[in-house]
Design a protein around this ligand. Structure first.
Ligand code: ZN
Ligand code: ZN
Length: 293
């Protein structure tokens, strides 16, 4: 049997004080990897990223050994909007995020695919796909990860089938893959807390050829019930999902070595205790490492 390759673990951390402050926050919580927003996440466009700040960020990463695996795109971006003006702004904002990722040397850009609002799902999928086609190629070394959603507010990417349809409609670009969020899966209705539910999800992922597209996980427990379609992240093991789901994700061979980050609640930019506790809970679910020198 091949040796289990453990996933690099970490959390989403604040960029308060500038992007270069993020890797040190990762070090404070004992992370291997971190995810960041590249700018205030409630704004369409941030202040331009200066090369000096990008260089300071790369230095901080090298010094701390913390890899920033992903930039989470601003929540305002909605490539599925029925309003053309919103789609246009969203495309510009996505371009800005991609440029920042390239400057910072961050390989993944995580995006919520978008919401179709009151329109039929097909229209939303067609609009998102057409936006991705018009975007063209991402910068060298940057891959867009479509994140599965809880389905709140008719957000698309709620099921493996929707993710497949989005990717296919976009023409299956080589620089587009998938990030899975455990809370969103559960809130969208997947019973990942039970063995049968987990097997069902894996079967669906194979049917829709999503399994091989997964590049990253967001590990969050859910404050809301399964199928609620209400997105509320909570501390690992203290929500409704149950620890078994996290053990399955952490140790499944299809996800071996993939970066996994927490997006669980904190009390502020420099609240480290919560992340430290949640990471300890996750590490406690990993098989003990053999002492091989
Ligand atoms: Zn997200
Ligand atoms: Zn997430």
């Amino acid at each position: 049997m091949s040796r289990l390759i453990l996933p690099p673990l970490g959390a989403h951390v604040s960029v308060a004080g500038g992007v270069a402050a993020a890797p040190d926050r990762g070090r404070r919580i004992g992370a291997d990897v971190i995810q960041i927003f590249s700018k205030p996440q409630t704004r369409w466009m941030g202040k331009a990223l200066e090369e000096a700040d990008a260089a300071a960020f790369r230095d901080a990463s090298a010094r701390t050994g913390i890899r920033t695996v992903a930039i989470h795109c601003a929540y305002l971006i909605n490539l599925g909007s029925s309003k053309e003006a919103v789609r246009t702004r969203s495309l510009y904002a996505l371009e800005d995020e991609a440029a920042r990722a390239a400057m910072l040397g961050v390989p993944y850009l995580v995006l919520h695919p978008g919401s179709c609002g009151e329109d039929p799902e097909e229209e939303g999928i067609a609009r998102i796909a057409s936006a991705l086609r018009s975007f063209g190629r991402f910068p060298e070394g940057v891959t867009l990860l479509l994140e599965n959603t809880a389905g709140q507010g008719n957000s698309l990417g709620r099921t493996m089938e929707q993710i497949r349809r989005l990717v296919d409609a976009a023409g299956g670009p080589p620089d587009v893959a998938v990030c899975l969020d455990s809370a969103h899966l559960f809130e969208a209705g997947y019973d990942i807390g039970s063995g049968a539910g987990w097997d069902g999800l894996l079967a669906e992922m194979e049917t829709y050829a999503v399994l091989t597209l997964v590049r990253m996980w967001h590990l969050n427990d859910s404050k809301t019930e399964r199928g609620s379609r209400v997105d509320r992240h909570f501390h690992i093991g203290r929500g409704k999902i149950g620890l078994d789901a996290f053990r399955r994700i952490l140790t499944h061979e299809a996800f071996r070595g993939l970066p996994m980050v927490l997006e669980t609640p904190k009390d502020g930019a420099d609240d480290f205790e919560m992340d430290i506790g949640n990471l300890a809970t996750l590490r406690g679910l990993l098989p003990r490492r053999g002492k091989e020198e």
